[in-house]
Design a protein around this ligand. Structure first.
Ligand SMILES: [Zn+2]
Length: 88
């Protein structure tokens, strides 16, 4: 009876999942580039870490990177890692 509605919902869910996975991939790729100091927008090696906030030991860290060339700003939430690397 509600086959079309169900089908419609399924399409939407698949769409959300696909775009989420794509978004995460993009985010990961740009994080890797930014960590090497390369701006994903203008591709210059002018990215600088401007802000770093930690929510405590082992908690997620909020890193803010800013491009000195084109003013591109991106924020990343990095999960802990400081404890396992022995810097805690
Ligand atoms: Zn840039």
């Amino acid at each position: 009876m509600n086959f079309y509605l169900l089908f419609f919902l399924l399409i939407i869910i698949i769409g959300i999942v696909v775009s989420y996975v794509y978004f995460m991939k993009e985010k990961k790729a740009s994080l890797q580039a930014i960590e090497q100091g390369i701006c994903p927008k203008c591709h210059q090696e002018s990215m600088e870490l401007t802000d770093q906030r930690s929510t405590g030991c082992g908690g997620p860290k909020m890193l803010t990177f800013e491009c000195q060339n084109c003013n591109y700003v991106n924020t990343f939430n990095v999960n802990g890692g400081s404890c396992s690397s022995g810097r805690c």
